[in-house]
Ligand binder design. Structure first.
Ligand SMILES: Cc1ncc(COP(=O)(O)O)c(C=O)c1O
Length: 470
């Protein structure tokens, strides 16, 4: 279908303040952002450079444009931007002071509440960043087992900004080879590849750290087999519930999947955007970081000035209370199902099967963009985002819900996708050049910032994530 006459015009066209921001920010902030996946190279040129404010399921940019928010602070905002009960709890806590010379009393309350929600978890340690808790879990596992290697799925996007993970990516500059040699990767869809890693490194793998779910959901037996292999080989099984926690289930995926992780890591949705993360696990492993008992040498675990920041912990308590008192996950699931159904219908109606694939689980929806031959295409993906943003939906290729999202907002997410898909269909036939403004988005994990030459080969041998070979 040639939808060219039927495509609704873009409603968001003003990016003057955003363009000024983009022009200045890289001379101030390295990378222009404090998370690479929020960077300018991850978005189309016609997009907000920064967000001025958010409320519920919407955000406003520097030019006053407002958007339905599909990404919600990298999945962190589970209830809604500026969600009133959380904000009230934070205000009340701030009135009482933020940091003390001894622990804030709220630490005990939150620890009790958290562990009560997490079967099998006997101890907790708080932190401000997910990377810190995953790294702490790896350290504990090494101390507990006396082994040096760490294994994780190489096809998963992210576990930490620390060397044990980044050393295994294309952006390993600055990570000594000796550190890189301590990481092993396997394929999350193929437990046998993990078994092979154990066979190839007898007695050396301290832990397997993995997310419980893939973008394209695996049968539950796959992750159960990963757990079985890990434990059968005497390694520590660490489940990273940073993304799935308080979204896939309560508290996360592990109970529903029938898993018994030795350690688990949490963040994002648990704080509704506040910087609260947690490491939980078996007492015998966690207590290596304790200050009592003399059976083993101590592990210097998480320790930081702001680890127990009182109002952040109050925010987390308010989030937990909201989940206990209201059917947050029921709302999430209903909206996720509607987006899945709506986006799939659009793909069908616009005859885009094979070019746009809607990967869905009950708690998130992810878009894969390809050309007519089914080859992944960064320019087409960027075009899709550009056209959705132009119709008031801030989308980075996936949808996660928040409790404050309304049905009307979800219909906007679907209608914007429909208009964007119509443009996508035209670009499939005529190329993206006439439709995409600016450069295509680039992979976060690329060795170089940009291609300084045109690479005739595909994939690009220079690992530059260039426009020709993203
Ligand atoms: C699965 C997973 N683990 C760990 C992290 C690191 O969390 P943070 O960005 O809070 O350091 C992320 C971040 O996106 C993540 O997706």
């Amino acid at each position: 279908m040639d939808g060219s006459n039927l495509i609704p015009p873009r409603s968001v066209t003003r990016f003057a303040e955003s363009d000024r921001y983009r022009a200045e920010i890289h001379g101030l902030v390295v990378g222009g952002a404090h998370t690479y996946s929020k960077g300018d190279d991850q978005f189309p040129a016609l997009s907000p450079a920064a967000i001025a404010r958010g409320e519920g399921g919407r955000v406003w940019d520097l030019d006053g444009n407002d958007y339905v928010d599909c990404g919600l602070g990298l999945g962190a905002v589970s209830l809604g931007h500026a969600f009133r009960p959380v904000i009230d709890a934070v205000h009340a806590a701030i009135e009482q002071g933020a940091a003390f010379q001894r622990p804030a009393a709220v630490e005990r309350e939150l620890a009790r509440e958290l562990l009560a929600m997490m079967p099998g978890m006997e101890r907790v340690k708080f932190a401000k960043n997910g990377s810190n808790v995953t790294t702490a879990a790896v350290k504990l596992a090494r101390a507990f087992t006396g082994r040096d290697l760490v294994a994780f799925p190489g096809n998963h996007p992210f576990y930490s900004f620390d060397d044990w993970f980044i050393g295994a990516t294309k952006v390993a500059n600055g990570v000594p080879d000796e550190f890189r040699a301590l990481s092993r990767t396997y394929r999350s869809t193929d437990p046998e590849s993990l078994a092979a890693a154990f066979r190839d490194n007898p007695g050396r793998i301290a832990c397997v750290i993995t997310e419980p779910e893939d973008f394209i959901p695996n049968p539950p037996e796959v992750i159960r087999e990963v757990e079985r292999i890990t434990k059968a080989n005497g390694a520590v099984f660490i489940l990273d519930e940073m993304v799935s926690g308080f979204r896939a289930g309560l508290p996360g995926s592990y109970t529903g999947l029938g898993l018994s992780p030795d350690l688990a890591t949490w963040g994002k949705a648990i704080g509704n955007g506040f910087s609260f993360c947690a490491l939980t696990g078996r007492a015998d492993i966690m207590d290596l970081g304790g200050i009592r008992g003399n059976e083993h040498p101590r592990v210097f675990l998480l320790s930081s000035t702001h680890g127990g920041e009182a109002h952040t912990l109050a925010a987390a308590r308010a989030v937990l209370a909201t989940y206990r008192e209201q059917d947050v996950l029921g709302h999430h699931r209903r909206l996720t199902a509607r987006v899945t159904e709506g986006w799939r219908q659009v793909v069908h109606d616009r005859r885009l099967e094979g070019a746009i694939t809607v990967h869905a689980s009950p708690w998130r929806v992810i878009l894969a963009c390809a050309d007519r031959a089914g080859v992944a295409s960064a320019p087409l993906r960027t075009l899709l985002l550009q056209e959705m943003i132009g119709r008031g939906v801030l989308c980075q290729g996936y949808f996660v819900p928040c409790f404050a999202h309304t049905d009307d907002e979800i219909e906007t997410v679907i209608s914007a996708f429909d208009a964007a898909a119509a443009v996508y269909a035209l670009a499939l036939d005529h190329g993206t050049e006439d439709f995409l403004v600016g450069e295509a988005a680039r992979p976060v994990f690329r060795k170089w910032n940009g291609c300084r030459q045109v690479c005739p080969a595909s994939p690009c041998p220079h690992e530059m994530g260039c426009r020709q070979h993203p």
